[in-house]
Write a protein that binds this ligand. Sequence first.
Ligand SMILES: Nc1nc2c(ncn2[C@@H]2O[C@H](COP(=O)(O)OP(=O)(O)O)[C@@H](O)[C@H]2O)c(=O)[nH]1
Ligand SMILES: [Mg+2]
Length: 227
Amino acid sequence: MTDRVPLERKVLNENDRIAAELRARFRENGILCLNLISSPGAGKTSLLERTLGTMAPGTRVAVLTGDIQTDNDARRLARFGFPVKQITTGGTCHLDARMIERALADWKLADLDLLLIENVGNLVCPSSYDLGEAAKIVLLSAAEGDDKPLKYPSIFFRAALLVLNKIDLLEHVPFDIARARENARRIQPKIEILEVSCLTGAGLEAWHGWLDHRCQRAQMEAALPAG
Ligand SMILES: Nc1nc2c(ncn2[C@@H]2O[C@H](COP(=O)(O)OP(=O)(O)O)[C@@H](O)[C@H]2O)c(=O)[nH]1
Ligand SMILES: [Mg+2]
């Protein structure tokens, strides 16, 4: 038991090293990489379906989607015609940087502008593993309870954006959206927050706007000297 903490630190250090290499490669190629994290069923794949569904053919976007078992999500996303790869972790509750590195081995990064990663459904483990992303995005759905930012602070602390999904359910569930926002800002005052419904499409223009803005920023950063 006493050896456990140093071992975990070593694993995380090794992960950070690979993630830093990935981040440098993404930057070199002007790629915006986003890491989507939520509990199972909050709507990560649905948000990706909505996102890919509005993209013109030829858009330089690709998706990696992680799950413990099955390639269901990859099959849901492949129908849009963009490169999609499933990473099946076989029991591991999060993606790590090595899995991303392996999954990218046969893709040409120079052909991409946007890499969207759907992490394994879990609000705890994925928050500790840097995948080289420019930003973590946490999704929380109205079905899950407005106290979740307080119960799982780590991911709300690390995410740049909170997507509050399933707002179409607000009239049916005792989810206080103002309290959810307030709880998230108690953990991280600067977190950006969007309210959407992937079912009805409400709020998704703001999501597309956020994405466009971040893509432009990634392109501009790639044009600057490294450092
Ligand atoms: N009512 C409602 N259901 C949604 C919404 N977004 C996703 N869902 C449903 O929630 C379930 C889980 O969604 P999914 O995208 O697979 O979640 P993931 O596990 O986070 O990838 C599916 O049945 C979706 O159709 C939404 O905005 N409103
Ligand atoms: Mg999914």
